[in-house]
Design a protein around this ligand. Structure first.
Ligand code: ATP
Ligand code: MG
Length: 326
């Protein structure tokens, strides 16, 4: 296996009147070629900010920003905006933004919209770009009859496939999907997940799939990263994460996923995530953690890079056992 993306100590804070919002606050991970990393986490933990930071589509109120992003052998975080747009954005790394299926241009036929990046990035003729759009439509499971339709003539599922086609048109090595199926019915979700699986297998594309839907994401996931208050708290192989989550938050999240034939309703996780204006100095999950001990409030646990299985928790640190504090 070969590393495609390597992210080191990524941070992105927003400037607001109330102070800095530490939406992404020290995230390190990698993604291999032809691998799908699923990023899970509850609303507001910074998932979309992570996606937008990687893709450099940020709002104007960006405050502190730091860290390294390496794609293949290019340190993309060091590229000036102009070169990033020309050489990386859409062509090597694409993003399907949250709710983007509702952001298609209502007065332009969907085939033209999907073909657009090739005309802009590569200067292709309309005809050549449309022919390629037809191929990508087939890849994502949209009949080529739909090329000449307008967005309002398509169902939600079809529009979602169209924005996926737009992301795939320039054959990027990495596609980031931000909640791509959360507004769709289960059958459509499953069918889109199957299309993604096929694309991953046939084209060797890598994916970062952002979602809070554990069940649907498990279809595509090779690895899982669980995010909490601007940081990753666990990164693990998917099979391991789903079967034996290690971080107390992972365990509570997995226990809250509804299962077939389950008699009792799953309990929601009690408590609230900490404020991103002034997160706690110790473990950010301590407040809600059933296993909390003295050290958790005093020192922030790290998430060491390098291991295949990484857990940001003092219970899992080599040098710490709960008994140490007594
Ligand atoms: P969701 O699951 O609801 O999509 P998310 O995990 O994608 O949530 P983000 O949208 O990345 O979360 O937001 C992370 C934090 O940053 C939230 O507290 C949010 O309110 C805040 N935030 C997002 N955009 C801005 C902005 N432009 N200015 C200030 N704060 C922002
Ligand atoms: Mg989001």
């Amino acid at each position: 296996s070969e590393t495609l993306l390597r992210v080191e100590e990524l941070a992105l804070h927003y400037r607001t009147r109330q102070g800095a919002v530490r939406a992404v606050d020290g995230i390190s991970f990698d993604v291999e070629r032809s691998e799908a990393l699923v990023v899970l986490g509850e609303s507001g933990c910074g998932k979309s900010t992570l996606a937008k930071t990687l893709m450099r589509v940020l709002p104007r109120n960006v405050g502190h920003r730091s860290g390294r992003i390496v794609l293949g052998d290019v340190e993309v975080s060091a590229l000036p905006d102009e070169r990033f747009r020309r050489e990386v954005q859409w062509s090597r790394m694409a993003l399907v933004m949250q709710a983007s299926m509702n952001a298609l241009n209502p007065v332009v036929r969907v085939g033209e919209q999907v073909a657009e990046p090739l005309r802009v990035l590569r200067g292709w003729s309309r005809r050549r770009a449309l022919a390629r759009a037809a191929e990508v439509f087939e890849l994502v499971g949209v009949s080529t009859d739909f090329l000449a339709r307008y967005p309002f003539e398509l169902s939600g599922g079809m529009r979602q496939r169209v924005v996926l086609a737009m992301a795939l048109i320039a054959e990027p090595e990495l596609v980031i999907l931000d909640e791509p199926t959360s507004a769709l019915d289960v059958l459509t979700q499953a069918s889109i997940m199957n299309a993604l699986k096929r694309i991953k297998r046939e084209l060797g594309t890598s994916f970062i799939l952002i979602t809070h839907d554990v069940a649907t994401s498990s279809e595509l996931a090779d690895r899982v990263a669980l995010m909490y208050a601007g940081q990753f708290v666990e990164v693990a192989d998917a099979a391991r994460f789903f079967a034996e989550p290690a971080h107390p938050y992972s365990q509570m999240l997995m226990a809250s996923v509804p299962r077939l034939h389950q008699r009792l309703r799953p309990e929601p996780i009690p408590g609230q995530p900490p404020s991103l204006f002034d997160p706690p100095g110790g473990c950010r999950f301590a407040e809600r953690c059933p296993h909390r001990f003295a050290r958790c409030d005093r020192e922030p646990p790290a998430l060491p890079f390098g291991d295949r299985h990484r857990v940001r928790c003092w219970l899992h640190a080599d040098d710490a056992q709960p008994g140490d504090d007594s």
